[in-house]
Design a protein around this ligand. Structure first.
Ligand SMILES: Cc1cc2nc3c(=O)[nH]c(=O)nc-3n(C[C@H](O)[C@H](O)[C@H](O)COP(=O)(O)OP(=O)(O)OC[C@H]3O[C@@H](n4cnc5c(N)ncnc54)[C@H](O)[C@@H]3O)c2cc1C
Length: 418
């Protein structure tokens, strides 16, 4: 298309590469709040598309994606290594779980009703600046080459490598969706961290239980450490946790999910060109100390939509500098074994009101509140770590292929049938 004087017309609208959590959230907020044409590029079914997964977050709700919320919990619980449990009420916040397929179906349906939105099935291979905007080159399932142009491109393709960092840990886990023979779960309570599992030599491990009904739950085994386990090791850990710690008795594993989330103080540049931005995990939206990403993606997507509507530079940083600095200290202290992970997290939940702690994890606390939270941590080791950090080099991340290959999520064979 050419402009009035024969020059190429300026690209318009927005191209979003990747229709996962960040891409579809951004498409939703852009189409809800503005008139910008939006194209989402998402590969056809195959190795690039992630397996179904669940995303949990807290908010006051009901939010924009309530129809995709599978379950929510008013109460949160932590189990210390000593077996002591603490149940906290983070009101007005509530913990919510969205299943990725329900989220995709919901957002795709909304986009289908929006005159300026479309989802293109194709695999992007080049995302770059062109005069006046950005260009995305991709290959359609029938092998045709497509070129899409927009005023901006937002790229959420997962990073191939993690950035150089002072500390690189991984949050890696496997979960079973279980059905038990007898009612075993309290549907009002989500067990966020259960440290009654055996601890690894390096890092930390915990169980995570999200009840869906009195006899159904997602039960996960998670580690924060340097390398993922093989499936057999997760299965063994889950078998031990469900039998010996939770005492669930006879159960059926209906399906499983497995994943790896980066926990790094490496820098994910969010700008890849004058008109090209990275979003989602690729753009640094994953909170280093917790792995939570979904809520940040919503905040950032709303901000991008507002900025575009007001003609401002569109992508604010996903996390504040203070939050990243504090996370860098914690990651380092955990990695160096200077703080005991289970005691650290249990102490925080015991010492800080749950609502304030969750706001802290959202980067929404004041410096004064953060000082108070800092007092609930092992002060000496944390200060020593903070003092050493500026002198540590950022080294190339260990050779962990990221994202990891898709893993089989078939149920294990060893569990007792109902
Ligand atoms: C199993 C699992 C559970 C998680 N649970 C939580 C949770 O409970 N709470 C939370 O806050 N965070 C959670 N996370 C972390 C984070 O929220 C997710 O990883 C989230 O999916 C990140 O969103 P994203 O858009 O950056 O990446 P993705 O959702 O992975 O989206 C990337 C998209 O890019 C597409 N793509 C890849 N290559 C191409 C290409 N060449 N061209 C076009 N498109 C391409 C993919 O198909 C995919 O749809 C979890 C992560 C995993 C793996």
């Amino acid at each position: 298309m050419r402009g009035a004087h024969g020059s190429p017309a300026k690209p318009e609208g927005v191209v979003i590469v990747g229709g996962g959590a960040a891409g579809l959230s951004l498409a939703h907020w852009l189409t809800k709040t503005g008139r910008t044409p939006v194209t989402v590029v998402e590969p056809p079914d195959g190795p690039l598309r992630p397996a179904e997964r669940t995303w949990c977050y807290w908010d006051e709700g009901p939010g924009a994606f309530e129809e995709a919320v599978l379950a929510s919990w008013p109460l949160l619980r932590i189990h210390g290594r000593d077996g002591g449990a603490l149940t906290a009420d983070p009101a007005p916040l509530r913990y919510r779980m969205v299943r990725s397929t329900a989220f995709e179906t919901l957002v795709h349906a909304r986009l289908a009703h929006h005159p300026g939105a479309r989802v293109v099935r194709a695999t992007a291979h080049t995302v770059r600046d062109v005069p006046g905007g950005a260009e995305v080159r991709c290959t359609a399932p029938d092998g045709r080459e497509l070129t899409l142009r927009g005023r901006y491109a937002f790229d959420s393709r997962p990073p191939r490598r993690l950035p150089p960092a002072r500390t690189t840990l991984l949050q890696h886990f496997r979960g079973w969706f279980v059905r038990t023979a007898a009612p075993r779960f309290d549907p009002d309570v989500a067990d966020l961290m259960d440290f009654r599992v055996p601890q690894p030599r390096h890092g930390l491990a915990f169980g995570y239980v999200l009840p869906l009904a009195p006899d159904r739950a997602l039960v996960e085994y998670t580690e924060f450490s340097r390398a993922p386990l093989g499936t057999a090791a997760y299965e063994a850990a889950l078998g031990h946790y469900t039998r010996e710690v939770l005492g669930l008795g006879a159960l059926r594993v209906e399906t499983a999910e497995q994943g790896v989330i980066p926990m790094t103080d490496g820098h994910f540049p969010r700008r890849a060109g004058a008109s090209v931005f990275r979003i989602g995990t690729a753009g640094g939206a994953t909170r280093p100390a917790t792995g939570y990403t979904f809520a940040t993606v919503q905040r950032q997507s709303r901000a991008v939509a507002r900025a575009l509507a007001e003609g401002r530079d569109p992508v604010p940083r996903p996390h504040g500098r203070r939050a990243l600095a504090m996370d860098a200290v914690l990651l380092r202290a955990l990695d160096a074994g200077r703080v005991d992970g289970p005691d650290f997290f249990t102490g925080l939940f015991r010492g800080v009101p749950a609502e304030r702690l969750l706001r802290f994890l959202d980067g929404a606390t004041s410096p004064r509140e953060e000082f108070g939270i800092g007092l609930r941590t092992p002060i000496g080791p944390m200060l020593r770590t903070a003092a050493e950090l500026p002198f540590l080099p950022r080294r190339a991340a260990p050779d962990v292929p990221f994202p990891p290959r898709r893993t089989a999520v078939r149920p294990p064979s060893g569990e007792k049938p109902l």
